[in-house]
Design a protein around this ligand. Sequence first.
Ligand SMILES: Nc1ncnc2c1ncn2[C@@H]1O[C@H](COP(=O)(O)OP(=O)(O)OP(=O)(O)O)[C@@H](O)[C@H]1O
Ligand SMILES: [Mg+2]
Length: 395
Amino acid sequence: MATVTLSSIAKSFGPTRVLGGVDLDIADGEFLTLVGPSGCGKSTLIRIIAGLEHQDGGAVTIGGQPVDHLRPHERRVAMVFQSYALYPHMSVRQNIALPLTMSRLKLWQRLPLLRALSGQRRAVMRGIEADVAAAAAQLQLDHLLDRKPAQLSGGQRQRVALGRAMVRHPDVFLMDEPLSNLDAKLRVHMRTELAELHKRLGATFIYVTHDQVEAMTMSDRVAMMDSGTILQLGTPSQLYEKPGSLKVAQFIGSPAINLLPASVGAGGRLELFGRPMSLTVQQPQGQAMTLGVRSEALSLVQGEPAGAGRAWFSARLRRKENLGSEYILHFDLAGRDLPGVTMRTSPAQAASVAEAAEVTLGFDEAACHLFAADGERIEPRGPGVASASIVPLRA
Ligand SMILES: Nc1ncnc2c1ncn2[C@@H]1O[C@H](COP(=O)(O)OP(=O)(O)OP(=O)(O)O)[C@@H](O)[C@H]1O
Ligand SMILES: [Mg+2]
């Protein structure tokens, strides 16, 4: 088992700088996910760890050992790709066994005519068979070993690719969007399988996805990347509850966080749609700010809007989205040329409001996230807000 340390990893393709000096310490046995928008450098970074790509600057160590001079198969890592990369003419058994036949059999023992003559080869093959059977049993592939990849479902193919990684007993599993070719239901199922596999194997997993739900549900920690740098590193709940920047807030969470324009009034007091809130910030008067509020933090306000520590605004119900156990209500901000807001609520609450109704939405001010014009998180002061809380931006 192994730690993975990245120090100042930089990479350019021609004039394009793709990674701008990435530092990251991944603990032994950790499930770490790299998440971020398309093109932000996730695949490039994981391919550098695998040794499939070479960095221009910085160093990679695995288990405390520098690996930059080692070829991919010498690094005790195994990579699982989105495309599975299975050989179509080989059976499931042969596909899973491939890394072992390549490493344990000498070249002449793999040749069709000579191999039949070797007793030694038969002994090695029996060992390989046993290892393949053990991996297949873990992944419930036992009954499919004689099929070809074309005769498998997407989820089964993905499990074969995992099996091929597992038989090498790598210290580190590197996975680049391994679930993105699967349909939505299977993806949800495979998320659980992968998380359980990680627990069973105890190996270090580094997982790449642009799907924030995958990142949030499986990982010990998430590194959110953007434009070749890590914006924030933390547990899923740290990223959700204390996004360090507007970009992280917008990327993490579904439905996406609601963003409202706020401004700084006299004495640093925040104003939402011209109404003073009880929060204050150390920003110049007139400064525009962005106020983020998650859809589950909004509620319908009946009668007089509540007092101190609660903010409110008017909205008009555009659409109800029934998710079965809950509803997402979509509102327009009445009379304002702004994107609407979403509210997550119970079926009973959703039933209490009709489409096109004008309502008042309220939220606890302590539950809001504030961002300055440059997108950085600002901690306000006010009732119910823990003052000067430290945001762990980097580990
Ligand atoms: N071999 C290459 N030559 C030139 N540019 C490349 C090469 N590989 C990647 N890039 C560029 O580097 C940037 C980062 O690519 P990368 O594949 O790492 O992104 P990603 O975060 O994995 O995106 P996605 O979510 O779409 O897979 C992109 O702008 C891409 O076009
Ligand atoms: Mg990629």
